[in-house]
Design a protein around this ligand. Structure first.
Ligand code: UP6
Length: 257
């Protein structure tokens, strides 16, 4: 299969968020998403300011932030403008459309106000996506479907993952891609994003399974590598972010030649 350069792929994409993401990846030479899984807003803002230049996206779990405030997300948005990355809240919605709408736009987080992209499970069926879409579409937001997971014994596989691909194709005005562990569709509009990426260890004590950045890009043909603890727990997180950026981008360049 022919792999396209990011700039070439943009010309095959219609979704504005996908085009924006690919143009960031092209300009900054990175397919790295930092998973900023820290519990203090200051710690998140500090690491994001340091490695913002190395990443195309910053992924958050706002519900683990102990001192969450709208001031925190405003500062995160400012950093996303300063360093040119997209904000990706890994909320993993998983309820009926009516409930997820309220979780997406309301509560104390007001995720739809600041997150370019959110994740959702598809276990409720396509209504979850339609519910999110009613909130996000007019704000130029997008969502990513959890089609496969990195964890041991995941139930998201086979027909379930195929159903996720179908739901994506039926909602391409709002769905921009997948969380996945394999290449699920050749549709250039749909971006593959893969967590469970790390260089130094192969897993954790709670079922996480890791592959290397180069293997994720080369063997799984994913578009974006998502790295959390591999960077966050390193002695030098900035140097480590550079290393992940380089291995991910180099593996991608090799696919082009
Ligand atoms: N994540 C996975 N696997 C999935 C989906 N999401 O690990 O299938 C998320 C986790 C975490 C990040 O919620 O935020 O990706 C991985 O972090 P790590 O690199 O520290 O393991």
């Amino acid at each position: 299969t022919q792999v396209m350069s990011y700039s070439e792929r943009i010309t095959h994409c219609s979704h504005p968020l996908t085009r924006k993401l690919l143009s960031i990846m092209d300009k900054k030479k990175t397919n790295l998403c930092l998973s900023a899984d820290l519990t203090s807003s200051q710690a998140i803002l500090s690491i994001v300011d340091k490695v913002g230049g190395n990443v195309c996206m910053v992924k958050t779990h706002v519900d683990i932030v102990e001192d969450f405030s709208q001031d925190f997300v405003q500062k995160l948005v400012q950093l996303s403008e300063k360093h040119d990355f997209m904000i990706f809240e890994d909320r993993k919605f998983g309820d009926i459309g009516h409930t997820v709408q309220q979780q997406y736009k309301g509560g104390m987080y007001k995720i739809a106000d600041w997150a370019d992209i959110v994740t959702t499970h598809v276990v409720p069926g396509s209504g979850v996506v339609r519910g999110l879409k009613e909130v996000g579409l007019s704000r130029q937001r997008g969502c990513v479907l959890v089609a496969e997971m990195s964890s041991t014994g995941t139930l998201a596989k086979g027909d379930y993952s195929k159903a996720a691909v179908r739901i994506a194709h039926e909602n391409k005005d709002f769905v921009i891609g997948f969380i996945c562990q394999s290449n699920l569709t050749k549709d250039p509009d749909l971006i593959h994003m893969t967590p469970g990426v790390r260089l130094d260890v192969s897993g954790d004590a709670l079922g996480q399974q890791y592959i290397s950045p180069s293997s994720a890009i080369r063997d799984l043909h994913t578009d974006i590598i998502i790295v959390g603890r591999g960077i966050l727990t390193a002695d030098n997180p900035v140097a480590m972010a550079e290393q992940y950026q380089e291995s991910g981008y180099h593996a991608y360049q090799e696919l082009l030649t």
